[in-house]
Structure formats: structure tokens, C-alpha cells
Design a protein around this ligand. Structure first.
Ligand code: FES
Length: 119
């Protein structure tokens, strides 16, 4: 609930190293993640979410979990882990947690594609 009413890391990163966008075709909600990478670590992570309360809480939690992690560690953030960190999500909101991990992964893919690294 705290991550919904007081989300962390909202916004955009100027000149990000990677951007990932993910949408949910069922509800039409959208999430964009921006990452800044330094020495293989996610130095900064920000997001913009147009979606339900769970999607906002998930984005906030994913950004907190990913910040400071290496690329490889950030890749291991799964929707299940995010839901667990949020102390559970209502069953009908679990699909919302997929968006966060997927959008973050796409931002990492974008970084990898731009920088020619294979991770
Ligand atoms: Fe769309 Fe939650 S209802 S992401």
C-alpha cells in the first residue's frame, strides 16, 4: 500500500542507457522503465506508469529492487519475487506484477542492444 500511495523513483532519466516499455493488452495499462548503467550496475532506475494501483506499486517495488543491482542480478527479478516483496497481491492483480519485471527486462535488452554486450 505504501508503494502505491508513495511510489519511489517516478519519472524519466534524461539520456537513459536503456528504455523498456510494456503494456497489458487486457486492461490497456502501460509501463515504461528507464535505466542508467555504470560498471555493469543499474545506477539509476525510474519509471512512468499509466495503470492501476497494483501496477504503480509494482513499478515502485521493481525500481527499488533493481537499483544498485548488476545487470545479471536485475535479470533475476521475477513477478513472483516482486509480489512477495509487496507482501502479496490479490490474485486478480497478479498479472499487474508481470508488467514491472517485463518492462525492466526490456530496458536491459535495450541497453544490451545499444552497447553490444551479451548478458
Ligand atoms: Fe492493468 Fe493492473 S489492471 S496492470
Amino acid at each position: 500500500m505504501d508503494h502505491f500511495t508513495n511510489p519511489r523513483n517516478v519519472g524519466e532519466i534524461p539520456n537513459p542507457d536503456g528504455v523498456g516499455e510494456e503494456g497489458n493488452p487486457v486492461c490497456g495499462d502501460m509501463m515504461t522503465f528507464y535505466i542508467k548503467v555504470k560498471d555493469n550496475r543499474l545506477e539509476d532506475v525510474k519509471f512512468k506508469t499509466f495503470g492501476c494501483g497494483a501496477a504503480i506499486a509494482v513499478s515502485s517495488m521493481v525500481s527499488e529492487m533493481a537499483k544498485g543491482k548488476t545487470i545479471e542480478e536485475a535479470r533475476r527479478i521475477t513477478p513472483e519475487l516482486v509480489a512477495k516483496e509487496l507482501e502479496g497481491l490479490p490474485k486478480n492483480k497478479f498479472h499487474c506484477s508481470n508488467l514491472g519485471a517485463q518492462a525492466l527486462n526490456k530496458a536491459i535488452d535495450d541497453y544490451v542492444a545499444k552497447h553490444g554486450k551479451s548478458v
